[in-house]
Design a protein around this ligand. Sequence first.
Ligand SMILES: [Zn+2]
Length: 372
Amino acid sequence: MVIDELVKFSNFYGSNEELVLAGGGNTSAKENGVMYIKGSGTSLSTITKDGFVKMNRAKLKEIFSKEYPDNDKEREALFLEDLSDAKEPGEESKRPSVETTLHSLFEYTFVLHLHPALVNGLTCSENGKEKAKELFGDSVIWVDVCKPGYILSKICFDLMEKYKKCFNKSADMILLENHGVFVAGNTVEELDEKLSLITSKIRNEISREPDFSSGEFDGEKSMRTFNKISETFGELFNDDAVISYEPSEESLKIAQSEETVKKIYNPFNPDQIVYCKPYPIYIENEEDIPSKTTEYKNKNGFLPKIILVKDCGAYAVDVTEKGSTNASMLFNDALKIACYAESFGGGKPMTAELTDFIVNWEAEAYRSKQAK
Ligand SMILES: [Zn+2]
């Protein structure tokens, strides 16, 4: 049964922190007329058969012959509706990953989609596209950064059709700018070979590894900062603040000045927006935490999750322990991406326009999850 193999390799890749963080990544398997896809809100490391949603492949295919409106909200709402309608009977209460349609495009049994920092060092870099061509030639399709949801799957659909005509072969490896990687194969071994090929070629190009050992930080200032954050979130916003603090070499180096913070200020990928909020706050003096946090909240409508403090490093704040740990993990992921991207001409974050789209899109997707 392909579902058993699917669960097994999902748990295997999901347990590797270099490849999967929090709820990131997704997997699928096709059998006859159906496709099993990871459900939204599940984690690859612990997913079981029940975590997968059984989809009707013919209905998924129909999505690509439909016309959708240009208006973002209308289009994405209709797209989510069609995605929901493509569920097999009995699956009504489940919510398939928003990347389901991308999986359906591959003409292979198994598909693995991940957002590894190493790969994103390339996909979130200035010279990424050029370098990918140099490293992989025509074996990999590069997809320029675009809006997620329907737009991304339609662009992939067109590129994969073109690829098939051109090379007389169905595409099996895709790099998505500012996002991650897709590999597809008819056996799990093939997935492994293709992913290893991509990661090993990228790794060979890396000139510096990120350093997460504890750096030299200002102990007293870091304590005052910790208390100030707690006080600010509690008193000003009546919010519980669970703080994860890691004074790593890498975070201390970024939290040196407004100039160094620029390297990671704008988000590299959607995960970072989901788990860390789009932008961090940088503060030289902990006394400025209340005013800077208020300013951020007034401007964005939500509180920051990452606070960078000179000589102290990074603080990840959230109302829950899990949220705080995830924010910290994904911020470290951004630091890794920035570091790896140095080998490819430096980091290239998403534009403010796309960032805003994703902030709103995530909120919409979340609301639809609550409603269904
Ligand atoms: Zn993804």
